[in-house]
Ligand binder design. Structure first.
Ligand SMILES: *Cc1c(COP(=O)(O)O)cnc(C)c1O
Length: 395
């Protein structure tokens, strides 16, 4: 038995997506830009994928752009909105302190180019107060970008509310929805979303492919120059197999979403309940307004990394913070943003999963985590000092 509980890092590919890709790789090798029948067959598949993707998020198919993943979609959305703002004298961008690095690092780049970046703090439950976003909006605001759901602590942001605020103030609104797709219903029109990023591999599609949804409010700026693919906005011969595989996974993941989310949330709540019985532990992020398959805890007196290695040894694949930051000694910016002190932010555990797990799997995860935390605390000098009262407990 091996429990894969790291879906927020990447998801195993669905059989439907694999078969859809195999079909393309074997039978549809044409270049969609070619005028002969072989090329036109590929172009038909590409159009169908675009229409299906649009339907899954309530968009117009002409507003779907295929990219190399979530990171590229985020980069292009932000750079485009910034560029468009600049020509109209709008140089402020509003975001939050808990965004993914694909957003934060792009904002840093734009800051160096002269944009004013306003990062709104989240509340201690890991959710941004929409009112604070509204308060930050000024005449100079070119863009508001707020992630749909956080990749570390799973908190779901008030996207509909922020969409309404942006519409009222006529400000462009982008959301990084990479973690939300397939877990939370998304409809770009109903939610007043102008731009949205998706990534295939987070919902059981292949890696290296994603979607940027962008309505006509913002003209897109090219990140990759070359041929006229994607209506001239994203050059490079389309990776048709990956696109078709991703869209097959997308269609699948938005089907029966509510029912699957309910099942997953019940498993999540059982896991939260079980891990809460570990002393000096704390759940990170709101207990309810979080992704159905996300559990994130801090344990005092231990290192997240050692916890992961021991859990792996016991056949549980987990994560500490985000995959991008583990391996570095920096504590997670998300945990710091919700007010966890440095020493505790190092001892975090993220378990992300879906409805395929059973209650027995959850109970095994609880039992094993308890044993491993106890074992690590037994050898931890920090825990020893905490026990002796030489250090003060913070959770
Ligand atoms: C994974 C992730 C990304 C990056 O997507 P890639 O397809 O891996 O480039 C961006 N934002 C969030 C919230 C993510 O979880």
């Amino acid at each position: 038995m091996y429990i894969y509980a790291d879906w927020a890092a990447t998801a195993p590919m669905s059989q439907t997506a694999i078969h859809a890709m195999e079909d393309i790789m074997e039978n549809v090798y044409g270049n969609p830009s070619s005028l002969h029948r072989i090329g036109q067959k590929a172009a038909e598949y590409l159009l169908q994928a675009r229409m299906d993707a649009a339907e899954a998020i309530g968009a117009d198919f002409k507003d779907i752009y295929f990219t190399s993943g979530g990171s590229e979609a985020d980069n292009q959305a932000l750079v485009s909105a910034a560029q468009f703002g600049k020509i109209r004298g709008k140089t402020q961008i509003i975001s939050t302190t808990i965004e993914h690095h694909a957003i934060l690092h792009t904002l840093n780049k734009l800051k160096k180019e002269g944009f004013e970046i306003t990062l709104v703090d989240v509340e201690p439950n890991g959710i941004v107060d929409a009112k604070k976003i509204e308060d930050a909006i000024s005449e100079k605001t070119a863009l508001v970008t707020v992630m749909f759901a956080n990749n570390e602590i799973g908190t779901i942001q008030p996207i509909r509310e922020i969409g309404e605020i942006c519409k009222k103030h006529q400000v462009v609104f982008h959301t990084d929805a990479v973690q939300a797709v397939g877990h939370v219903p998304i409809n770009v029109k109903e939610m007043n979303i102008d731009m949205l990023s998706l990534s295939g591999h987070k919902f059981r599609g292949p890696k290296g492919v994603g979607i940027l949804y962008a309505n006509k409010k913002v003209p897109l700026t090219n990140i990759i120059e070359g041929g006229a693919q994607e209506r001239g906005k994203r050059a490079g011969t389309e990776n048709l197999a990956a696109i078709v595989g991703m869209v097959a996974a997308l269609k699948e993941t938005v089907t029966n979403l509510e029912e699957r989310a309910q099942k997953t949330a019940a498993l999540r709540d059982r896991l939260i309940q079980g891990l809460s019985t570990i002393e000096h532990s704390a759940l990170n992020g709101d207990a309810k307004k979080r992704l159905p398959g996300n559990v994130n805890f801090c344990f005092e007196g231990i290192e997240g990394e050692s916890l992961l290695l021991l859990l792996d040894h016991k056949n549980i694949a987990a994560s500490s913070g985000s995959a991008c930051t583990s391996g570095s000694l920096d504590p997670s910016h998300v945990l710091l943003a919700i007010g966890r002190p440095h020493e505790v932010a190092h001892g975090s555990l993220r378990l992300t999963f879906t409805e395929d797990l059973t209650e027995e799997d959850i109970d095994y995860m609880i039992k094993t985590t308890k044993e491993v935390v106890e074992y690590l605390r037994g050898m931890s000098p920090v825990w020893d000092e905490l026990q002796k009262g030489e250090l003060k407990h913070v959770i």
